[in-house]
Ligand binder design. Sequence first.
Ligand code: NAP
Length: 478
Amino acid sequence: MLPGLGRALMLPVRTGSTGWDRRGWSFLQCAPMQAILEAIQAGASGDDIGNLPIPESYRAAFVKRDEQTMWEGVASEDKDPRQSLHVGEVATPELAPDEVYVAVMASAINFNTVWTSIFEPLSTFGFLDRLGKESVWGARHALPYHVVGSDASGVVVRVGSAVRNWKPGDKVTVHCNYLDDQDPSAHDDSMLAANQRIWGFETNFGGLADLALVKANQLMPKPAHLSWEEAACNALCNSTSYRMIVSKHAGDLKQGDAVLIWGATGGIGGYAVQYVLNGGGTPVGVVSSEKRASLLREMGCEHVIDRREAGYQFWKDEHTQDEKEWRRLGKDIRNLIGRDVDTVFEHPGRSTFGASVFAAARGGKIVTCAATSGYMIEYDNRHLWMKLKSIVSSHFANYKEAWAANQLIAEGRIQPLLSKTFSLEQTGEAALAVHQNQIEGKAGVLCLAPEKGLGIDDPEFRAKVGEDKITLFQRFSA
Ligand code: NAP
């Protein structure tokens, strides 16, 4: 048993009136969690929920410190998150004054959980150790295990003594910008804060669990017309795309702007398409199959490139790029929209960056937030400076941006991209599917929610927004 872990890891699954329930909880251990779930499902008052005991341990998905070197010498694509992501009981951390406990009804897989689970490009235990040295409260995070997950929907069950705007019983979603608001650098765009972190990636106690520890300034109201899993899948990717496309801090989209979007039915790409369409722009979506191309068209994206069909070979070999192939992409874009794109929504990194810099129009920009295929990127600087293009970096979103993005979901103007839903026990399987590029949109994860489709409080508004629009990705991947 790892020191610091709850009493039982990898509990066996048994049903019946005694012993273990279907989630693998022992009734003795899970009685408080069961009571919380029952209270939520019964619509108990906030006061009643706030008076329930907080369990001493809870079920969570985590990686282990003593396994962080398990894949030395193994290629990324051969690393299987099912082997490194465990689901079991962990001890409940103490609550700081500016924090709340959220009973997590549902969560989602983000690519950062894939990075954590394959220990690339770094083991995330280094992040936890650094946080552990910052303060007494930070020390709680440096543990032999890392509870992952950077999205959640659920119900506030307890608030710290300094929390003003939230109370037990509030239904919430959680964004992942985690910062120290006593640091002056956190106050003119909090993404510039010296100690800005991503919750559940650079901190412990993330959302892929039945209970999560979050700062009060990560909370946002749950969109009432969505189920728990539809509400849980948005915050990380939707807020990231909001900043990359809409916010003055990065994309600053104007009406009429054309935007090349790589991975246009992926987690961030699918929200980017919606933001470009909503903002009066022209998305040119790139995907890798006819199936995804037709999904994109159903989203209203008229201009679609199937990169697999096009067969671009931007790299001739590991060291040499092929400008002819960049030109071919540029020509394909011009054939579709009659001109170059003003912005490139860039995240694949090494495999596409040279082409992205080439494809942006004179004076255009390449907005980048990631490098899935490799972070040592290469581009021809002549195409950048001679045509006065700029590379704009973007990372998640500040609270105001995340709130605005959540509000657009709540108003039915941006749709959730949930496609498949997994159980918490299947976290490794879900992460593997994301790692292998098998998921359109988002993979949701049910935590406390016993089944899909629960948590819809405003069915009338849901009908007004349109079931077909809300469930497009779910229907598509069914
Ligand atoms: P995702 O759901 O897996 O979607 C990524 C899409 O990119 C895939 O669907 C794939 O679409 C496309 N793609 C993958 N490899 C490619 C390649 N070599 N060339 C061209 N297209 C490629 O992942 P995601 O959630 O959208 O995240 C994408 C990246 O952004 C990840 O690296 C993630 O860590 C990062 N990210 C960063 C932030 C931040 O705040 N900085 C936030 C969210 C995500 P097709 O195969 O259909 O083309």
